[in-house]
Design a protein around this ligand. Structure first.
Ligand SMILES: O=C[C@H](O)[C@H](O)[C@H](O)COP(=O)(O)O
Length: 222
């Protein structure tokens, strides 16, 4: 937890008065929101474009002004967590099923900063890749992935029978692609009609990674 706090503290330094902030989702973002709310109470004027219903509610509960991507199609900065970050800054995201809106908000923003504790830093991406799939296409997508040697598994929910449904009304599933040698290749292979989006965020999107450790945090840039 202290790692997340240190990480969020450092990320707050990247935020300036008057900014529109693309807001990611997840537990690290939650800590960031708490600190951002403090700044807002102190008089900082910012607004957020949330990437999930969860983040939207969180911002509202903390008294942070929420705006839409329709009004602000190019936020100044996006701050979001990740499930894994490799040595080149490729990411896997979507552990919370928010990958599609997160990828949209991160792509739309002028800068994209990833906030993680050091346990997320890995040599190579290796966890199953979250995907959002149209229910209509599920059988086809599963077969196409099996033909490529990948196993697709529907996400098991908590407090709900499967499948987990995204904020956009689609299925959330995970693709086991083993240890990923080439994130570009796997990301390309996951571009199948019916997969709305996949959880590989290529390094070219990332402006910096804020890594939280027990004794502080640092911003790594490419
Ligand atoms: O769908 C969820 C998001 O991609 C999160 O940003 C990611 O899962 C990291 O979340 P956390 O900060 O809770 O580890």
């Amino acid at each position: 937890m202290i790692e997340k706090v240190n990480c969020a503290k450092k990320a707050i330094e990247l935020v300036e008065d008057g900014m529109i902030i693309g807001l990611g989702s997840g537990t690290t973002v939650r800590v960031f929101v708490e600190m951002l709310a403090e700044r807002v109470r102190e008089g900082m004027d910012v607004a957020v474009v949330p990437s999930s219903i969860d983040s939207h509610m969180l911002a509202v509960e903390h008294g942070i002004r929420v705006v839409s991507l329709l009004e602000h199609p190019e936020p100044d900065v996006c701050v979001d967590g990740a499930d894994q970050v490799d040595r080149d800054f490729n990411l896997i995201k979507g552990g919370g099923g928010a990958l599609t809106r997160e990828k949209i908000v991160a792509s739309a923003s002028k800068k994209f900063y990833v906030i993680v504790d050091e346990s997320k830093m890995v040599d190579r991406l290796s966890m199953p890749v979250p995907v959002e799939v149209l229910e209509f296409a599920y059988g086809f997508v599963r077969k196409r992935l099996a033909d490529l040697g990948y196993v697709l598994k529907l996400r098991e929910g908590k407090g709900k029978l499967r499948p987990v449904i995204s904020d956009n009304g689609n299925l959330i599933a995970d693709v086991d692609a083993g240890v990923i040698e080439s994130p570009e290749e796997v990301e390309g292979a996951l571009r199948i009609p019916g997969i709305v989006e996949n959880g590989i965020f290529l390094a070219e999107m990332v402006d910096g990674v804020v890594v939280g450790r027990k004794d502080g945090a640092e911003v790594l840039r490419r």
